[in-house]
Design a protein around this ligand. Structure first.
Ligand code: HEC
Ligand code: SF4
Ligand code: SF4
Ligand code: SF4
Ligand code: SF4
Length: 585
């Protein structure tokens, strides 16, 4: 009764969770794709996409990906063999336990008509699967705590999940162990199957079970003589052997049963096997209900992500499906940290204590952002910083074992932040290279909007100086000069003698009929303005932000002024000064 109610409740929560998750995949979007496509359009596009893929040659790709990437986890294997071993142990063991144990009634007993959980090979395989999972988890635990790979943080949720799994497995193991020694169980079985005549036969069978099957009997004690045992063996073969292999095959449960044998009578009296049975099943049901909300949901989403990414491409796929895939992928992340190991900007995390610099750690905030949750000021700033530092280098996407297209994700998160009115200084500069490369994917107004927001912010922050007047001494900023001169590169501005070679060499200047009109200050003027200590003038100049970083000016300067390096320093100083002003007005 309780069992069934709990099972149905768990199944109901599981289904509601699953439906809710799938609903969000079609409901939410990030960035430029599918922003204005309604829910029904997204669902229809997905159905069309699935059918056109299944009835095309792409089905072969799906089969290949399913075998190699999903079942054999070739991506993880390429990254790290120990991690692959660990994951295969957990994955393989878990699947075996699921099919042979949790689904024994609907699956195993149909496939194998002679199935009995107490009979080999099932008895052995069940323990073997458990041993696989435990070994895998042991390696995972060791790797996480000993070799701090991937600068990974553990979330509280990860811990709850581990605790739940541990309770399920330990209670299961104790349950099996306590059943092996249980005399009550033995008596029940005897009532059902024990066709024996008289006390002597019953005693012989019982002796045999005590000696060979580890039952803790209060009545008979070893050592037993050969005659009793062989009589017991015969009775066993006619009555019990059809369903029972020796429990020693279940090496883990049997080991546990030896450990608890001295307590067997007490355990039996307190009905502990039943208690353990309840604990085991209830925690399994809790796990089932919790599955769609936990990281374990990746057993559904990771294969989906791998398959979908193998057959979709950004140029030809329906934007509605790109949006849907992107949200689904957020659920596929296993928080494994492989991306962090390869991330080009992860080193910055050593200097800037913002975990959102690491790709795996951005995920939580990105999920919240996608769901339309309001991030608080601080979380948003941290995400913004993480996203803006990302160079879109593709390295994380290449290694993600579940095939998430991270590069696409970061691009869209950045656009989403810009849409919501969080301007980005870098949009002024070719440093936002990747955004420029993909400008045809961004609505025109949105592409420009961010830049004009920034221009406004700079104009507000840095008052213009009328260069026709003499420059007032009060405008000169000594602190700024000192900051710039901190490094030997930055300090080289002092050697400039205004020969203008740099400006003549600059390809950006050459691009304009009247460079000062388009660019404000040209390269040599920026150096002079810096030397005079006029930061506002420098920051307002378009030249600083249009500089390509080509180093031609620096290469041609006869005085060894490191112009390009100075321009980087100046951009950094501008960013530092404007950072707080750039949050949403
Ligand atoms: C029709 C198959 C069948 C027969 C015959 C059978 N058993 Fe069992 N027995 C089982 C199953 C299945 C379990 C496990 C039940 C469970 O999971 O609670 C079990 C469990 C037990 C247990 C508890 C230990 C354990 O591993 O779970 C004992 C002890 C036991 N049987 C003794 C006997 C004895 C003694 C006989 C012969 C008189 C016998 N059984 C005959 C199917 C059978
Ligand atoms: S994004 Fe991919 S590589 Fe990074 S933590 Fe998630 S699953 Fe692992
Ligand atoms: S694309 Fe961004 S997050 Fe990914 S590895 Fe490169 S810098 Fe890191
Ligand atoms: S080339 Fe060198 S010395 Fe000449 S103006 Fe430019 S920075 Fe100054
Ligand atoms: S580094 Fe910038 S300023 Fe120098 S030449 Fe190249 S584009 Fe011009």
């Amino acid at each position: 009764m309780i069992f069934n109610t709990a099972l149905y409740a768990a199944l109901a929560i599981f289904s509601i969770g699953l439906i809710f998750k799938v609903f969000t995949w079609f409901r939410y979007s990030l960035g430029v794709d599918g922003k204005d496509i309604p829910f029904s359009g997204r669902v229809a596009a997905a159905i069309r996409g699935v059918f056109s893929t299944l009835f095309s040659s792409k089905i072969l790709i799906l089969i290949r990906v399913f075998i190699f990437e999903v079942l054999l986890q070739s991506r993880t294997f390429k990254q790290s063999v120990p991690r692959w071993v660990m994951h295969m142990l957990i994955f393989g063991g878990f699947m075996l336990l699921l099919v042979l144990h949790a689904l024994e009634i609907p699956v195993t007993s149909r496939l194998f008509p002679d199935y009995a959980s107490t009979l080999n090979p099932f008895l052995l395989i069940r323990n073997l699967s458990l041993a696989m999972v435990l070994t895998g988890l042991g390696i995972a635990f060791y790797r996480r705590h000993r070799s701090k790979t991937g600068r990974l943080f553990s979330h509280a949720m990860d811990h709850y999940l581990l605790i739940l799994l541990a309770v399920i497995m330990i209670s299961g193991l104790l349950l099996e162990g306590s059943k092996i020694v249980s005399y009550k169980r033995y008596q029940n079985m005897m009532e059902d199957y024990g066709d024996v005549e008289g006390g002597a036969e019953a005693k012989a069978l019982e002796s045999f079970w005590v000696a060979k099957f580890g039952v803790a009997s209060p009545n008979v004690k070893g050592p037993f003589d050969e005659a009793t045992l062989s009589q017991g063996k015969q009775l066993h073969e006619t009555n019990c052997a059809a369903c029972h292999s020796r429990p020693q095959w279940a090496f883990l449960s049997y080991g546990v049963s030896r450990g608890i044998k001295p307590l067997a009578t007490v355990l039996d009296r307190l009905n502990i096997p039943l208690v353990l049975w309840y604990i085991h099943f209830l925690t399994c049901f809790i796990g089932l209900a919790y599955l769609p909300f936990s990281k374990m949901f990746h057993i559904v989403t990771s294969p989906l992500s791998l398959l979908v990414n193998a057959v979709m491409d950004n140029e030809r796929s329906d934007p509605a499906n790109i949006a849907t895939r992107q949200i689904m992928e957020l659920d596929a992340c296993t928080h494994c940290g492989t991306c962090n190991e390869r991330c080009s900007v992860a080193v910055a995390f050593e200097e800037i204590p913002n975990s959102n610099i690491l790709p795996s750690e951005k995920m939580a905030a990105v999920k919240a952002l996608a769901s339309g949750k309001k991030l608080d000021e601080n979380d948003l700033k941290r995400l913004q910083e993480g996203i803006y530092l990302c160079t879109n280098c593709y390295r994380c996407t290449e290694v993600c074992p579940v095939g998430i297209n991270l590069q696409e994700l970061w691009f869209n998160v950045r656009e989403k932040l810009i849409q919501e009115g969080y301007p980005e200084l870098l949009t002024l500069s070719p440093l936002s290279f990747y955004r420029g490369l993909r400008r045809d994917r961004i609505p025109k107004a949105q592409f420009r909007e961010s830049a004009s927001q920034i221009e406004k912010a700079i104009a507000n922050e840095c008052p213009s100086i009328d260069t026709n007047d003499r420059i007032d001494k009060n405008d000169m900023d000594k602190a700024f000069k000192e900051k710039l001169a901190k490094s030997s590169e930055g300090g080289s501005f002092v050697y400039c003698f205004t020969c203008m070679t740099c400006t003549s060499a600059c390809p950006v200047c050459r691009n304009y009929e009247n460079p000062p009109e388009a660019l404000g200050l040209v390269p040599h003027q920026i150096i002079r303005a810096a030397a005079l200590g006029l930061p506002d003038m420098v920051y307002r100049s378009n030249m600083l932000w249009r500089c390509l970083g080509c180093y031609q000016c620096q290469d041609s300067c006869p005085q060894g002024v490191r112009l390009t390096d100075i321009f980087y320093e100046l951009k950094n100083l501008a960013t530092e000064r404007l950072r707080d002003k750039l949050s949403k007005p």
